[in-house]
Design a protein around this ligand. Structure first.
Ligand code: ADP
Ligand code: MG
Length: 266
């Protein structure tokens, strides 16, 4: 992104996000004052070592879990201000989620899985849009199949179509290629990238794979529950170089000191 490019508004963001699991001696500070925005119409990847808080950040940003302190926003809506009912509606209408383990409903067909969010909402949705998604994900000839009759890659393509079906403000994906071979993974990444570049959607994806992260417009790096770096226009090689610092254990107790956040706002 050039300096002259105006950064779009954030489709989702967290400010001063803290998440503590448990209490007393065994409590875990999974997020430690994280502030980060995910611009609309962009593909953001979140990377960091295992246990660095990536899934926690994604779940709290998507309204699947609540912060201990700080705030999470979808657009201008602060999730912490919503009662259970409104939070459920927000999750249904404004957020899509893709999980590592696909999470399709085994008893439903491909077509029924894709339209499930709309069926639960009791709306017809935009059938033309849903229909076009079926072609985008290449599952026209599998519509009557059950998930168990599909390969992992096909199942994840159904999950991506389901996540996009309601035209959510943001699609969050937690290691969506983690259970896939590299070829199927590449197809899923191309779908997510295409949703951003050709359909104007917003995608936020957790991954540990530099090749996957290179599909994004920007990578944000977490370590020990903190945001430690950001990288625009990533390549797999540059991401790999960056995470070698984590792997060789050179992160300090205060990673923000060792790796100041650069260019957070162009
Ligand atoms: P990542 O996705 O980067 O691997 P997570 O967000 O899953 O990291 O976890 C961050 C930290 O929070 C880890 O130390 C993990 O053990 C802890 N954690 C995650 N979920 C829970 C939970 N439900 N209860 C207690 N600790 C948890
Ligand atoms: Mg995780």
């Amino acid at each position: 992104m050039s300096a002259a490019t105006v950064r779009p508004p954030d489709a989702a963001r967290v400010a001063g996000a803290v998440k503590v699991y448990g209490g007393g001696d065994t409590s875990v500070r999974a997020l430690d004052e994280v502030s980060v925005g995910f611009p609309a119409g962009r593909f953001t990847a979140i990377m960091g070592p295992s246990g660095s808080g990536k899934s926690t950040l994604l779940h709290c940003a998507a309204g699947l879990d609540t912060l201990t302190s700080g705030a999470a926003f979808i657009g201008d809506t602060e999730l912490g201000t919503l009662d259970d009912r409104r939070l459920t509606l927000l999750r249904r209408d404004r957020v899509g989620f893709v999980f590592q383990a696909f999470n399709l409903v085994p008893t439903l067909t491909v077509a029924e899985n894709i339209t499930l969010p709309m069926d639960l909402a009791g709306t017809r949705g935009d059938r033309e849009w849903t229909d076009s998604l079926i072609d985008v994900v290449g599952l026209r000839d599998r519509l009557g199949h059950r998930p168990s009759e599909l390969s992992g890659g096909q199942q994840q393509r159904v999950a991506v179509a389901r996540a996009l079906a309601g035209r959510p403000d943001v699609v969050f994906a937690d290691e969506p290629t983690g259970n896939l071979d590299s070829r199927s993974g590449e197809e899923v990444l191309n779908l997510l990238g295409g949703a951003v570049r050709r359909m104007g959607r917003t995608v936020v994806m957790v991954t540990h794979d530099p090749v996957a992260a290179a599909h994004a417009d920007e990578v944000v790096f977490l370590a020990d529950g903190r945001l430690v770096d950001r990288m625009a226009d990533p390549t797999a090689d540059r991401v790999l170089d960056r995470i070698k610092v984590f792997d060789t254990g050179h992160t300090s107790a205060h990673p923000t000191d060792a790796h100041p956040v650069r260019g957070a706002r162009p």
